[in-house]
Write a protein that binds this ligand. Structure first.
Ligand SMILES: [Zn+2]
Length: 460
């Protein structure tokens, strides 16, 4: 990255189609001095690639739902996909017919002196599923009951090889500066506790990895099933005589294989991050690897925080984009605490747990009842940016993801909020900012506010 302050923008193909390539890029430059664009070149998620999903469309772009199906918005070159069952994944949406989001956009971005990265973010949502995509059903996880589940298994060689093919395809065929990559996924325990989902994965590849590590896969699966049954009963009103947390821990200690399987699962994720990073660097040291880090991982969930020491990222990232959306953070954290209190933290109320969780997590925010309208403060953005800057040191830049327009917020995001996010990012030691979540969701007024703050700080 050059000496200039990094100003990144996440954008999906729909914006270029709705508003024009040249016109859209000119808005980025004029309003906010954007000098790096992050193209959602491969996505099934409306939040990354589609129009705003809340039917609350901003002051630009299409004003009706686009019914995104998703996939690749570039033409995958079959030469790169011999080693995988996933070969045909061009987005079937008619809107994108004949459009190559990389080949058509990159020259116009280069004319404006922008760096260009494709980005991929596997969002926490299970839907929309790529049901239409041949080969995808063969790589999805298996749950603790032996049923196929919903998300791809990161130990599945077809899925891994597909990703290495995508990186190969991108870097060989397009003029890029690197990639940004990240997964928003809960581990098997968290997915049961927080989201009432089934624990995974017990596919043949995960079982082989378990065998290699001398883990009893049968006992691990039985442990997850017992914990799942227990959490279901607690959600149904069961009051265990020894309390909800202690009884949960009793199950966990009865099945130490569950903790071993947790580590196996996390290692599969981290291995893929590292291998993708190495693949990008294989093409040349001038390519950058940026890692997107989910707010559940970097802030909210103590279990996910425990599994991710931020200092580890410096081994395989050139820079980080931790998502620190403060405005919707209040509503999202309130929902998270409520979910925990329906299971393992059910011995006290969300109001009682919130200040204790703040202490544990290093937060100092509004009372539980006030959280959705209050959001998280700009100070949160500054403090958590500093946490990451200190953890990774001067070799790895931190570009906080600032949320200018994110659906499911319980409060509007104002231009003053946006200016405060930018100032807080630099107060925390950021090397730049990533304008998020997606251009199609944010208002031009908020985008201009980011530009105002950057100019006032002398960053652009
Ligand atoms: Zn698996």
């Amino acid at each position: 990255m050059s000496d200039r302050t990094f100003v990144g923008m996440q954008v999906g193909g729909i914006s270029f189609i709705d508003e024009g390539i040249e016109e859209t890029l000119d808005i980025f430059v004029e309003k906010a001095g954007v000098n790096a664009i992050f193209i959602s070149a491969l996505s099934w998620a409306r939040g990354n690639a589609g129009r705003s999903g809340s039917n609350d469309f901003p002051d630009h772009g299409g004003q009706e739902p686009d019914h995104l199906q998703g996939g690749a918005f570039f033409p995958p070159d079959p030469r790169y996909y011999h080693g995988t069952s996933i070969k045909d994944f061009t987005a079937p949406d008619p809107l994108y017919e004949g459009f190559d989001i990389l080949g058509d956009v990159i020259p116009a971005a280069r004319e404006r002196g922008m760096e260009v990265f494709p980005y991929y973010c596997e969002t926490s949502h299970k839907n929309p599923k790529p049901l239409w995509q041949p080969g995808f059903a063969q790589v999805i996880e298996v749950d603790a009951w032996g049923r196929r589940a919903s998300r791809p298994c990161l130990y599945n060689p077809d899925y891994r090889n597909w990703w290495f093919g995508v990186v190969d395809n991108w870097l060989n065929e397009y003029d890029l500066d690197g990639i940004m990559w990240g997964i928003e996924r809960e581990d098997p325990l968290s997915s049961m506790i927080v989201s009432n989902e089934v624990p995974t994965c017990f596919c043949v590849h995960c079982r082989a990895e378990g065998h290699r590590r001398n883990i009893d896969a049968g006992r691990a699966a039985e442990g997850y099933r017992r914990i799942s049954d227990y959490l279901t009963s607690v959600r149904g009103g069961y009051q265990p005589p020894d309390g909800k947390l202690i009884t949960f821990l009793r199950h966990l200690f009865e099945y130490p294989e569950v903790s071993q399987w947790q580590k196996l699962w996390w290692d599969g994720h981290k291995d893929l991050y590292r291998e993708i990073s190495g693949t990008v660097r294989y093409f040349g040291d001038h390519y950058q690897v940026g890692l997107g880090i989910w707010q559940m991982i970097n802030t909210f969930n103590p279990l996910l925080r425990a599994a991710h020491d931020p200092a580890e990222y410096k081994l395989y990232g050139d820079w980080l984009k931790p998502v620190f959306y403060n405005a919707p953070g209040g509503a999202r954290f309130a929902k998270f605490v409520t979910n925990l209190c329906q299971t393992i933290l059910g011995d006290a109320s969300p109001s009682e747990w919130t200040p204790i969780l703040y202490k544990i997590l290093g937060l100092d925010e509004a009372a539980f009842e006030d959280l959705p309208p209050a959001g998280f403060s700009p100070q949160y953005v500054a403090d958590f940016t500093r946490r990451y800057v200190d953890a990774v040191g001067p070799e790895v830049a931190v570009y906080p993801g600032i949320g200018l327009g994110v659906e499911t917020v319980a409060r509007d995001i104002s231009p003053a909020d946006c200016e405060a996010m930018v100032e807080a990012s630099f107060d925390g030691g950021a090397g730049g900012v990533m304008i998020s979540r997606n251009y199609s969701e944010l208002t031009l007024t908020n985008l201009a506010a980011v530009g105002n703050a950057l100019r006032r700080l002398g960053k652009i």
